[in-house]
Structure formats: structure tokens, C-alpha cells
Design a protein around this ligand. Structure first.
Ligand SMILES: [Zn+2]
Length: 471
């Protein structure tokens, strides 16, 4: 219920007379809008799921059906997670795999993941999405690339969990088609043939994808990686995405082993192969992209390929590789943030990833190269760019999605941080969300999930994890 008087078009505070939710009392509202406005004592009004108005202490806020107080808080747009494998929270910190290389870690875990079914996908998604919401994430992608035979409709199961919790969700239909016997990495039990993958991708888009402004569910297509799918599937998926007008996602240049593999399998570097199969377009966003050379960075930027930067994952994989975030952004590539995992980094806090981006950026290029505002921008506007939703997500501006987070900058961790709440947000802490709001709905209130059933869901998660991890 909202009286907007075309406020989305006009963009005037005074045009809004009532709204559904008014967030007020904040110490600072960092809008991350086109002018990067930061409003001391600001407020945000949300109606019909969209931001109806943003104002300061001098502006009279509209009447609201519900008022949410944010004293002592920094308010930011909701953080957007552009890369994740939620089902992997069923095998977090799995002892036999923790010290392996990327390829060793994967081959250890594929047999466990082959036990996935609808119940496991639903419960792991519920827990994983809840963890993200508690950490200030309002939109997340998920890259589910293991579809065991007879496993059921795993992605629809995940979408059910997202709807229950109220998160904005971009599941990607992952796939693997190149098994060990054909020179790939995964075992036969978790790969599918190209026709089956493409048909199921098309079915999921028809069933769930919503292209409308403010959509809660969008589906993207996501062959797993160069070493687990055929070139033919990469090409056919790009063509299907074009026809259905959906986005493309995959892993790219995550590990030096990948170039060795690509050289042997395709006779070229992995990013050359990515281009050769029709993916070098602004429809694509890729995870990691740690090892592009200077020429490849320029090509990725010129094409507008998005990059999901996953700081904790970069460090956990080890070997010293760090995504060239500074250079990719300078080249024009939208760079967003991802928590990856769950079993590679085991923790899904977008605050932690934003802090990781801050630290890794400064470690690579010095203190001038990355501040908390850059990290916030990557986690919001940059991530929205990866998802093709610039101006709609990741910004607190009239007409954008009503997604925001209240971060309490209080207590011992923030004592003495008086002069810059945005820098304090990432330099101090750790901090989680006090309130997380998605489309004007409060999904985390006072640090607790609004949806019921957390204890029951944790019990179910434990039982499923034990089944999947059984030797
Ligand atoms: Zn990944």
C-alpha cells in the first residue's frame, strides 16, 4: 500500500505521502546511489517492495504502516552475493578434503555430493540463505552444478526455501557433462548429457524466471567449469541463454591447473577458450578470475564480462593468487562480491567478504587502491552489474528494490570509531545485520530470522549432513 504519485518517475521526497515500511533513526544512510550520497540521520521509505523515497533530518518522512528503528546503525543497500554453492554447507570443513588442492578437494567431495536429493537441496538452501540474511545479504545467486541421477528437482527445492525466508534469489542451473572417462574431473555418477542439461535449463527458466523489475527469482545458466563440461555444451548454453534472454555464469581462471588443463584439452588458454565458445559478452559473469593476463583483462573489460570476486576463497585455495580487482574494474568489468563455498570457504558472511576484498585489495595495490567505500560498492553496485540489475539492486534510490541492511556500529568493537561510519563498518567489527529488509519485508529483525523453524531446520540439516558424509 503506497501513495507514490509517480515518485519513481519524479524522484521527489515530497511526492510520497505514505509507505509500507519506514526505516528511520539511522546514524548514517550510505545510499551508494549515482552521487554516492551519505545522509546523516537519514531515512528510507519503502512501498510496494521498492524504495519510495530517501530523505534526511530536514525532510518530513511519509506515514508508514510499519516503522523500523535504526539507532546506532549504518544503513546500506543489501549486499549481493554473486557466487555460491549453497549445498556444500552439507560438507563444511570436511576433514578428508581440507588440505587438498582445488582439484584434490573436488575429487574427494564429488562422491559425497552425488548423494544430494530434493530434501538435502531444500534444507541446505534454507540454512545457507538464512546464514546469508543474518550476515546482511539480501540477494544471492547459487551455482548448483551437481544433479545426481534420480536426485529430483534440486533448484525448485532451493527456490521454495528462498520464498519461505524472503530472500531475493538467482539460482543458476549448473551442469557437468565431462566425466573422468572423457578426460574431465567429476565421476560418471554426477554428470548428465548435453540434451538433458539444456532441456532442464529451459524448463527451469520457463517455470521460475521473472524478468520484471523488482523480480524475486531469476534463473541463469551455469556450466560448471572448463574441466567439467564439453566445449559443445558451453556453446549450446550460450545460444540458449541468448534465446531465453537469461544470464550466463561459470568458473573461470580460478587455478593455474585450469590453464594447464585448457592447454592440453583445447590447445589454448582458458580465457581464449571462454571466448571461443561464445561467452565473451556482457551476458556473462564469472567466478574468481584470478589468473587473467593484462591482455585478457582488457578483453574482459571491453566485453563487459562481470567478475564475482571471492576473497576468502582466493585465500583458502592458496598459492598466492588474488583476483586483479583493481585492474578489472579499471578495464570496465563489473566486479561483484561472492562468498563461494560453502565447503571451500565454509563461512557465508558477505560482511566478511567485503572486509576480505578491502584487505586483499590493499595488499595487492596499496592503501590508496581500496577503501571501505570501494568494498561496499563492489558488494552492492558491482554485484548488481554482474546480475544485469544495475540501478535496480544495490542502491538506495527512488524506484530501486527496497533491500537494505542496518549494521549496528555499537559496543566494544566500535568504541572510538567516531569519524567515519563507513570505514568503521569494515575496519572494526565483526558485525552482522541487526535488520535485513528485502522488498520492504523484514527478514532479519534484531539479529534473528523472521521466518520460523530454525531449530527444526538445523536438526534436519545435521541428519542430512551425516548421511552425505558417511564413508
Ligand atoms: Zn565456486
Amino acid at each position: 500500500m503506497v501513495a507514490l504519485d509517480n515518485a519513481r518517475v519524479v524522484g521527489e521526497v515530497e511526492a510520497v505521502t505514505s509507505c509500507d515500511l519506514l526505516l528511520t533513526g539511522a546514524e548514517l544512510v550510505a545510499t551508494v546511489d549515482a552521487d554516492r550520497r551519505e545522509i546523516n540521520g537519514g531515512w528510507v521509505a519503502i512501498g510496494d517492495g521498492l524504495v519510495a523515497a530517501v530523505g534526511g533530518p530536514g525532510d518530513a518522512p511519509p506515514e508508514a504502516s510499519e516503522v523500523l528503528r535504526a539507532e546506532g546503525c549504518l544503513v546500506t543497500p543489501g549486499l549481493i552475493n554473486t557466487h555460491h554453492h549453497i549445498y556444500q554447507n552439507l560438507t563444511r570443513a570436511y576433514r578428508p578434503a581440507v588440505n587438498g588442492s582445488l582439484f584434490e578437494w573436488l575429487t574427494t567431495l564429488y562422491p559425497q555430493w552425488a548423494r544430494l536429493d530434493e530434501e538435502a537441496a531444500y534444507v541446505s538452501a534454507w540454512i545457507g540463505l538464512a546464514e546469508l540474511a543474518l550476515g546482511g545479504c539480501t540477494t544471492t545467486t547459487d551455482h548448483l552444478y551437481v544433479h545426481p541421477r534420480h536426485g529430483g528437482d534440486l533448484i525448485t527445492a532451493e527456490i521454495t526455501a528462498a520464498r519461505e525466508l524472503g530472500l531475493r534469489f538467482h539460482p543458476t542451473r549448473g551442469s557437468m557433462s565431462l566425466s573422468e572417462k572423457d578426460g574431465g574431473l567429476p565421476p560418471d555418477s554426477v554428470v548428465q548429457d548435453d540434451e538433458e542439461i539444456l532441456a532442464d535449463s529451459e524448463r527451469l527458466v520457463a517455470q521460475h524466471h521473472d524478468p520484471a523489475w523488482g523480480a524475486m527469482v531469476r534463473v541463469a545458466l551455469a556450466p560448471c567449469s572448463p574441466f567439467s563440461v564439453t566445449s559443445g555444451l558451453m556453446r549450446a548454453t550460450a545460444e540458449l541463454a541468448e534465446r531465453l534472454d537469461v544470464r550466463l555464469h561459470t568458473h573461470l581462471a580460478e587455478d593455474p591447473d585450469e590453464d594447464t588443463f585448457a592447454d592440453k584439452a583445447f590447445g589454448m588458454r582458458t580465457i581464449d577458450h571462454f571466448e571461443a565458445v561464445g561467452w565473451m559478452t556482457d551476458r556473462s559473469w564469472v567466478a574468481h578470475c584470478i589468473y587473467p593476463n593484462a591482455g585478457e583483462i582488457a578483453r574482459l573489460g571491453a566485453a563487459g564480462v562481470g567478475v564475482a570476486h571471492c576473497p576468502s576463497s582466493n585465500m583458502m585455495i592458496g598459492g598466492g593468487g588474488m583476483a586483479p580487482v583493481h585492474e578489472l574494474r579499471a578495464a570496465g568489468a563489473p566486479v561483484g562480491l561472492g562468498c563461494d563455498g560453502s565447503a571451500s570457504t565454509d563461512c557465508a558472511s558477505m560482511w566478511l567478504e567485503a572486509r576480505g576484498a578491502l584487505l586483499l585489495g590493499r595488499m595487492r595495490k596499496g592503501p590508496q587502491s581500496m577503501g571501505a567505500r570501494d568494498a561496499l560498492e563492489i558488494a552492492t553496485r558491482g554485484s548488481a552489474g554482474c546480475l544485469g540489475r544495475e540501478g535496480e539492486l544495490g542502491v538506495l534510490a527512488t524506484g530501486a528494490a527496497g533491500d537494505l541492511v542496518c549494521w549496528p556500529l555499537e559496543g566494544i568493537p566500535f568504541a572510538g570509531a567516531l569519524s567515519d561510519p563507513v570505514e568503521a563498518w569494515l575496519r572494526c567489527g565483526p558485525v552482522a545485520a541487526r535488520h535485513t529488509v528485502v522488498a520492504g519485508q523484514v527478514v532479519v529483525r534484531d539479529g534473528r530470522l523472521a521466518a520460523p523453524g530454525e531449530e527444526d531446520m538445523l536438526r534436519r540439516h545435521r541428519a542430512i549432513s551425516a548421511r552425505i558424509q558417511a564413508m
